[in-house]
Design a binder for this molecule. Structure first.
Ligand SMILES: O=C(O)CCC(=O)C(=O)O
Length: 227
């Protein structure tokens, strides 16, 4: 059975991770208003160059999807509940090979919030809904029954490669005392359509319908048009 995730140790050079960490730490400090809104993550719109280059080496032609850099405090504020990242490409109906990479920008030890992941790829994409801060999470009873493994030891440079269907959530416990900064990067091959087929088809029908409607209306004499 294919595992839902694997940890690759020393995948990235330490000096690269330190540079990325200081850049995002500064960004978090500059955008402290986000925390007031309950948002622990800031949007990442381009993968740091060396991560992108490294990824191109092993998975050529990948482009970044909506991703984030999270500052998780040990008090658990803004901790993300259970979810599957495949939601960003339309959930279970999108057949495209999405790749998720989670990497800590602070070392993970017993005192640091981390990630809990289900080691088995779940049988389906669960129903997701937005939480108070707008992040998509699942509260399905079936998802809550799945086993979770806490990742409690990661050095800078280690990464977690995850299936887009891997169920995971922030791991924060009362004994945690440190802050954690991390990146959750989602990639899709550049040729792949981000929208799932059903939404894509629906959008097409919807736009076509609107065009036909507009054409039909333009043929109706003005006096008969509804106002
Ligand atoms: O880093 C975390 O605590 C959760 C991040 C995550 O799962 C996500 O952004 O999808």
């Amino acid at each position: 059975m294919k595992p839902a995730f694997r940890i690759i140790r020393a995948a990235l050079p330490l000096d690269l991770v330190l540079v990325i960490a200081s850049t995002f730490r500064r960004l978090h400090a500059e955008h402290s208003e986000l925390r007031a809104k309950g948002q622990t993550g800031i949007k990442v719109t381009s993968a740091p160059d060396m991560i992108q280059e490294w990824l191109q080496g092993i998975r050529p032609g990948m482009r970044l999807l909506p991703s984030s850099c999270r500052l998780q405090t040990p008090d658990g504020a803004g901790a993300l509940e259970l979810h599957q990242d495949a939601g960003v490409i339309g959930g279970g109906t999108n057949p495209n090979p999405m790749q998720v990479i989670w990497l800590p920008l602070t070392p993970i030890d017993d005192a640091t919030p981390s990630l809990e992941i289900c080691p088995i790829i779940p049988p389906r994409h669960y129903w997701h809904q937005p939480d108070a801060a707008g992040y998509h999470i699942t509260r399905e009873a079936d998802a809550a029954k799945m086993p979770l493994v806490a990742i409690t030891k990661m050095n800078l440079g280690d990464i977690i490669v995850m299936s887009p269907y891997a169920l995971h959530r922030s791991y924060v416990r009362p004994w945690h005392t440190k802050e954690r900064l991390s990146l959750d990067l989602r990639f899709l091959p550049s040729w792949a359509d981000r929208r799932d087929r059903i939404v894509g088809r629906w959008m097409h029908t919807y736009h076509r319908g609107r065009r036909l409607c507009a054409m039909a209306l333009s043929c109706v004499p003005a006096s008969k048009k509804r106002t």
